[in-house]
Design a protein around this ligand. Structure first.
Ligand code: G3I
Length: 325
């Protein structure tokens, strides 16, 4: 097929999508949109702790192994999401009773078993996800409560011990709107680097809307790029219906604004992030009907590049243009 007509064909860095192994196995249109356009897979849910270690010491590799095998057969890479988060924590962990040593062992064992299992096949990981609150304070998650503020640094050390070649990322959301949070994450990244903690990159989730200011986006991406770390736009989706209106109407004006925001993101990324730091851009899901945004709020939206039948939307072409120019 003509590579000038696909996302990965025109991009100068990897293009990823968050993938659901059940959909991949059951829907041929999903599979073909993925294989044609993407060269990277992020594990949407299957590599979260509740899925990989649903019971203490019992690991379920089936779904993530399937994605890894699929990626290998199709010349794609896999970005692992996510080792330590305050969501998708299995019940046995929520209920776990133990002193800080026992908690440390639990956390270390999870990280090292998972990273070790995928050593050489999952070459990059979101090690810690969303550790900060909007006000810039550290989230008082179970990890924080039992292990203290420096648990983040130790997560990176444990992951690095298990696979010294893996690229290790800190991933967070909404830093584009929240200055206090953005500054706190930035300060932590600099601190980790100063201490020689093995961190290679930062994931900017980029769950934005057609209304998000492009100059704010530019400034925040530039700020993070100044750390010298790899920059991953890790969960890109763009809400059309940003006010969650119950009377939303899908007009041509909205479609154009959506396409132009996708184009802008690609151009900002290329303009602000040095080539050597361009880890890639990942879409959070493929088709509009797969999006987490639809289950999150019941209001109408069409946040992605493909429609519910995996046809390319105007926004697909907008994004492709931004990647090309
Ligand atoms: O698979 C079960 C199904 O068996 C069950 O009947 C149903 C009833 O609740 O739940 C299904 O699991 C849901 C799963 O998505 C698969 O659809 C979970 O409840 C639901 O919590 C889960 O939501 C995911 C969410 O993270 C929480 O883990 C979304 O799909 C996923 O897109 C979202 O992704 C996050 C990133 O990991 C981190 N950044 C924000 C992003 C969006 O929230």
């Amino acid at each position: 097929s003509d590579s000038s007509n696909t996302l990965k064909g025109v991009a100068s860095f990897p293009i990823g999508a968050a993938i659901n192994p059940q959909l991949l196995a059951s829907n041929a249109l999903y599979k073909s949109a993925l294989v044609k356009n993407y060269n990277s897979i992020s594990t949407e849910n299957c590599a979260k702790m509740n899925r990989l270690q649903p019971k203490a010491g019992q690991f379920n590799w089936t779904d993530t192994d399937a994605l890894v095998n699929f990626a290998r057969q199709n010349n794609m890479k896999v970005h692992g999401h996510t080792l330590i988060w305050h969501v998708a924590v299995p019940t046995w962990v929520t209920n776990f009773q133990g002193d800080s040593l026992a908690w440390e062992k639990l956390m270390k064992t999870h990280i090292q078993t998972v990273v070790g299992h995928y050593k050489g096949s999952i070459k990059s990981w979101d090690v810690v996800n969303e550790a900060f609150e909007a006000d810039g304070s550290l989230r008082k998650s179970i990890w924080y409560q039992h292990l203290g503020a420096d648990y983040i640094a130790r997560c990176f050390q444990y992951a690095h011990e298990a696979d010294p070649q893996a690229l290790l990322f800190y991933n967070d959301n909404n830093s584009v709107y929240q200055t206090k949070k953005s500054d706190a994450v930035y300060a932590m990244l600099k601190n980790l680097k100063q201490r020689n903690i093995p961190i290679n990159g930062v994931g900017l989730q980029m769950h934005i809307t057609v209304n998000t200011s492009e100059s704010i986006l530019t400034n925040v991406i530039r700020q993070y790029a100044s750390t010298g770390l790899l920059i991953h736009i890790s969960e890109l989706d763009i809400r059309m219906n940003y006010s969650l209106s119950t009377t939303f109407v899908l007009t041509d004006a909205v479609k154009n604004a959506h396409a132009s925001k996708y184009k802008a993101i690609a151009k900002i990324y290329k303009g602000v992030v040095a080539k050597a730091q361009q880890f890639g851009i990942t879409n959070w899901n493929l088709g509009d009907s797969d999006s987490w945004l639809l289950t999150e709020s019941k209001s109408e939206d069409h946040p992605l590049l493909f429609d519910e039948n995996y046809n390319r939307k105007l926004s697909f072409y907008g994004f492709m243009q931004g990647l090309t120019e």
